[in-house]
Design a protein around this ligand. Structure first.
Ligand SMILES: [Zn+2]
Length: 259
């Protein structure tokens, strides 16, 4: 099968999470030239500031220079808006995740955080094409704000969306839920099934989280999966490099209206 690619995506990049990732990234680097997309959080949980950490900035500059992609992943990452008031909000913001920073905030707040994030990237001279909302959750206000900011794409677990019109392009992800033992056991099964089900897709994304690195089963799963994809002839890519090579009229593309 020709032209299948995979994109290795590291979520939640900040000084606080780098110790989790470091040896994993070294191991991947040892497997060859495998570009990665780094989802950078400017100020993780208000207490781990990427852009004030000289070592972190040096690292990210080095990754850029070797062909990796840096994308913006929220600003604080955590949801610290006032408590949810409706059952749906309670589900989304307390049961599903506590990390949906861009779900509850209004247009103005989202705009302000996007502008500040983009400004930090500009200051470092880093190109900025992608915005990925924490927990992939974009509220209505954030969704409208994101259209105005000149980003090339955003994503959720199933799709990449070309901005500003949110044109959906199918690009399934493998993702672990590594928080508890039973979720980790389930994740292995769920992800293996998904990998086989999507084996005809031109792009598969691997969405990695810092917690995956703390458990042998998930960490090993990612290493084994990357090795297997390479053996099967998949080419590694970044999300933006893959997107740049797609025409706007691929058959997988379907227009999705935006609010
Ligand atoms: Zn995240």
């Amino acid at each position: 099968m020709a032209d299948r690619e995979f994109a290795l995506v590291l979520h939640d990049i900040a000084p606080a999470t780098w110790p989790d990732y470091r040896s994993f990234v070294e191991q991947i680097d040892g497997m060859g030239q495998i570009p990665m997309t780094w989802l950078v959080v400017p100020d993780f949980h208000h207490r781990s500031n990427t852009f004030e950490d000289a070592g972190m900035l040096r690292l990210l500059h080095q990754r850029m220079a070797r062909g990796d992609e840096l994308a913006l992943h929220g600003f604080y990452h955590c949801d610290d808006a006032p408590p949810p008031r409706t059952p749906r909000d309670y589900f989304m913001r307390r049961l599903y995740t506590y990390e949906g920073e861009f779900y509850p905030i209004e247009y103005d707040e989202a705009l302000e955080r996007l502008e500040r994030g983009a400004e930090l990237f500009r200051r470092e001279d880093w190109p900025l094409d992608g915005f990925v909302a924490p927990a992939w959750l974009l509220g209505d206000g954030a969704r409208r704000a994101l259209k105005t900011q000149g980003f090339t794409y955003t994503s959720d677990p199933e799709h990449l969306y070309r901005l500003p019109d949110y044109t959906a392009i199918k690009a399934p992800s493998l993702v672990w839920s590594a928080r508890s033992r039973w979720r980790r056991g389930m994740s292995w099964v769920v992800n293996e099934r998904a990998r086989r089900r999507h084996r005809r897709e031109p792009l598969i994304r691997l969405g990695l989280h810092p917690v995956d690195m703390r458990h042998d089963i998930s960490r090993r799963y990612w290493i084994d999966t990357i090795r297997r994809l390479l053996e099967e002839g998949y080419q590694p890519t970044t999300k933006i490099s893959w997107l740049h090579r797609q025409s706007n009229s691929t058959p997988e593309t379907l227009a999705m209206s935006s609010s």
